[in-house]
Design a protein around this ligand. Structure first.
Ligand code: NDP
Length: 417
């Protein structure tokens, strides 16, 4: 397969940056897992005890992980309430995707509820996080390698705009094929929202059950973290179709970056607050809890309002809820919203997401920086993502994008950034 050649702009610092990320991402994840259970719970500095291979490698954990992936794959294959079409591809075709992610969440909840009611020791999962994360890391390296090999025989039209530089490390990291599939089973779409996201809330629940076993009842802080993050995951799966227009699906190849992100990083680092709370209980009264709930509600309101407004507008610009909004025409025939949420800042959805990230950390108190890792990392991720999206929008819309930037000068936070 012909590489894209030197004209394709390299992202993430090119091959060196990609090589660094291959090491840094798993190392950071293990550092966080170890720090959360350690007494000082330091975000910076080495964790107190580095585990040996015996503490990391467990065939049982690998089996559990594969069973989980198998269960989610089986739920993915169940009849869907709707089959949606993705955006038009290079070869003018459109792929079809089952919309049954929320159904998978509900069925998983029923199965887990049934299991717990007959004595399944779900809380024990919290003691297996280290070997599970290790199994997930090994599996994601292996899976990314298979995807890299599969891309060798993919037609040029199936390759992603990035990830085909000809440098194996860079391409392995970014991903070569845009939508790798076997039959109608779409690996990227499956991994984006199911095993990792549902796995995240399952780990949270296991930590809550373990806390209940240890201390007699779940703490308010743990309850809030579980509730907020369940709302976020439920929302993502309820609006599953919206993922079809995201950069991950339409632009990025499926390589280590997304595979590791979806299957290891999300479940094991996004559950960091709940992990921290299990080992470092925090007092939280109802007045402070109410303030935190309000912050989460405000973040969710902005996040959902902005995402729904854009999705509705992209699907049907004459929908009554968006028809009255001011827009800018572009040479592609598509228009850009310049009032409503998208007239406030250029990424109002990111702002809402960051406000929620703050609300997820606050129940952990202010004695440690560790539970604020998600907020810090997410800020970096969204600022970087926003810059990538700006570049792509400038390419797509040219002068119209310049005009949009003039009319809406702030990117994420009004009057600040
Ligand atoms: P966005 O939903 O922000 O989509 C960006 C696209 O929207 C642009 O490429 C453009 O595409 C369109 N657009 C931009 N400005 C306008 C406008 N003014 N009017 C109309 N369309 C416009 O992209 P993401 O995929 O980054 O984010 C989706 C959601 O997922 C966000 O809420 C984000 O916070 C969240 N997210 C969460 C992550 C997590 O780990 N928790 C990780 C990443 C994202 P076009 O014109 O082609 O339609």
């Amino acid at each position: 397969m012909a590489p894209q050649g030197p004209q394709a702009p390299l992202e993430f610092g090119g091959p060196l940056g990609a090589a660094a990320m291959l090491l840094l991402l798993p190392a950071t994840m293990f550092h966080l897992l170890l720090a959360a259970r350690s007494e000082p719970a330091r975000l910076l500095g080495p964790p107190p005890d580095l585990p040996g291979l015996a503490a990391l490698w467990s065939p049982r954990a690998l089996l559990l992980l594969l069973t989980w992936l198998g269960l989610q794959a089986a739920l993915y294959l169940l009849p869907a309430r709707k089959v949606a079409e993705g955006l038009e591809l290079k070869d003018k075709s459109r792929l079809r995707y089952p919309i049954n992610g929320f159904q998978a969440l509900v069925l998983t909840a029923l199965l887990v509820g049934l299991g717990v009611s007959v004595g399944l020791p779900l809380g024990a999962l919290s003691e297996m996080l280290l070997p599970l994360a290790f199994a997930a890391t090994l599996s994601t390296f292996f899976f990314s390698l298979l995807l890299y090999i599969k891309a060798q025989v993919a037609p040029a039209s199936a390759l992603a705009p990035g990830g085909n530089s000809g440098n194996p490390i860079y391409d392995f990291f970014l991903g070569r094929e845009l939508n790798p599939r076997i039959g109608s089973f779409d690996f990227k779409y499956f991994c984006e929202l199911r095993p990792g996201l549902i796995g995240w809330v399952l780990i949270n629940l296991a930590l809550l059950l373990q806390e209940t076993e240890l201390r007699g009842s779940p703490s308010l802080a743990m309850g809030l973290v579980n509730g907020f993050q369940l709302l976020y995951v439920g929302d993502a799966l309820w609006h599953e179709e919206a993922v079809l227009t995201t950069m991950d699906i339409t632009h990025d190849g499926f390589g280590f970056m997304l595979v590791f992100g979806d299957l290891a990083w999300v479940p094991f680092t996004y559950s960091l607050q709940a992990q921290f709370l299990l080992h470092h209980p925090q007092p939280l009264g109802w007045p402070m809890a109410s303030v935190i709930c309000l912050i989460n509600a405000a973040g969710y309101y902005i996040f959902r309002g902005a995402n729904s407004q854009k999705n509705t507008f992209r699907k049907n610009p004459s929908d009554p809820s968006v028809a009255g909004l001011e827009t800018i025409p572009t040479a592609t025939g598509r228009r850009l919203l310049v009032s409503g949420w998208w007239g406030m800042v250029r990424h109002p959805n990111y702002l809402g997401d960051l406000i929620m990230a703050l609300a997820w950390s606050l129940p952990c108190g202010v004695s440690h920086l560790l539970p604020y890792f998600y907020l810090l990392y997410f800020t970096v991720l969204l600022v970087h993502r926003e810059a990538r999206d700006e570049r792509q929008c400038l390419q797509k819309y040219g002068r119209a994008w310049h005009e949009y930037c003039q009319r809406v000068p702030y990117r994420i936070l009004p009057y600040v950034y």
